[in-house]
Write a protein that binds this ligand. Structure first.
Ligand code: PGA
Length: 260
């Protein structure tokens, strides 16, 4: 795992966007895994800027989103369909038929989940998956005790996640209790993982995910099993890491390091 510590949220977002841009410049028809939440917003803003100012082209890109709330129609301002359209898709040139987001309103969830997994496979698999992390250590909505080989399925949200996400809804009771989410196994199949985290509230989850044991109690710790996982954090989110100097040393030495 590579850990990159940046000064603040803006720098964290830029470094993550640069990794996505480098992929698109070498593979214009890349398959991107997208994440929602407040953390990747800066990364999306930077990608939109690169699209507008530096002609970063998304015309051959395919996307798969990690998750969606069950029961919210696409037009609901807190649905992840709405979020992605609002903050990213309407600002870049991804063909609409290349955009895939789990349905929160299907009449048959198990058939939909199977189809979603199949569809990812048909496109050749996800080249780069963007991830956030929950304060309970989740990736996507893979809450504590999720199987580390899980696939796309329905999940019940943890109390912690419902509390964390209540800020986006009028009342706590309005937060959906269920979500449809890619599994940890689905995520680990992506060829590259880029996890972004910012702020003090993420420090404990990041320390557990990066330096703790691999455990389904912190599903982000499964990134330790992946051969190309990059964790990009700001100073506050890095504050619980004990190997901080080592990460900085590797990052600073990178341009001169022998190439694999
Ligand atoms: P956040 O959510 O970016 O809004 O903190 C992260 C997550 O729950 O994955």
């Amino acid at each position: 795992m590579e850990v990159i510590v940046q000064r603040d949220y803006a720098e964290m977002s830029k470094v993550a966007a640069q990794i996505v841009a480098e992929l698109l410049n070498t593979k214009p028809n890349a398959v991107l895994g997208m994440a929602t939440g407040s953390t990747p917003l800066g990364l999306y803003q930077e990608l939109v800027r690169l699209h507008n100012k530096e002609q970063l082209d998304f015309s051959r890109v395919t996307t798969f989103n990690l998750d969606e709330y069950v029961g919210l129609p696409m037009s609901h301002p807190q649905s992840y369909h709405y979020f992605m359209h609002e903050h990213f898709f309407q600002h870049v040139n991804i063909p609409p038929h290349n955009i895939n987001i789990p349905s929160g309103t299907t009449s048959n969830y198990s058939a939909f989940c199977e189809w979603y997994e199949r569809r990812i496979g048909e496109t050749g698999g996800i080249d780069l998956q963007i991830l956030g992390i929950g304060t309970d250590g989740h990736i996507a909505f893979n809450e504590p005790t999720s199987s580390l080989s899980s696939r796309t399925r329905l999940k019940t949200l943890s109390k912690q996640t419902i509390d964390d996400n209540a800020r986006f809804f009028e009342r706590r009771e309005d937060v959906p209790v269920y979500a449809i989410t890619m599994g940890v196994g689905t995520i680990l199949n992506a060829r590259k993982l880029v996890l972004v985290a910012s702020g003090k509230s993420k420090a404990k989850a990041i320390a557990q995910a990066v330096e703790g044991p691999v455990t389904s109690m912190v599903t982000a710790s499964a990134l330790q099993l992946h051969r190309d996982a990059i964790v990009i954090v700001d100073e506050e989110a890095a504050s619980g890491l004990t190997m901080r100097e080592y990460y900085d040393f590797i990052y600073a030495a990178k341009p001169a390091a022998p190439r694999a």
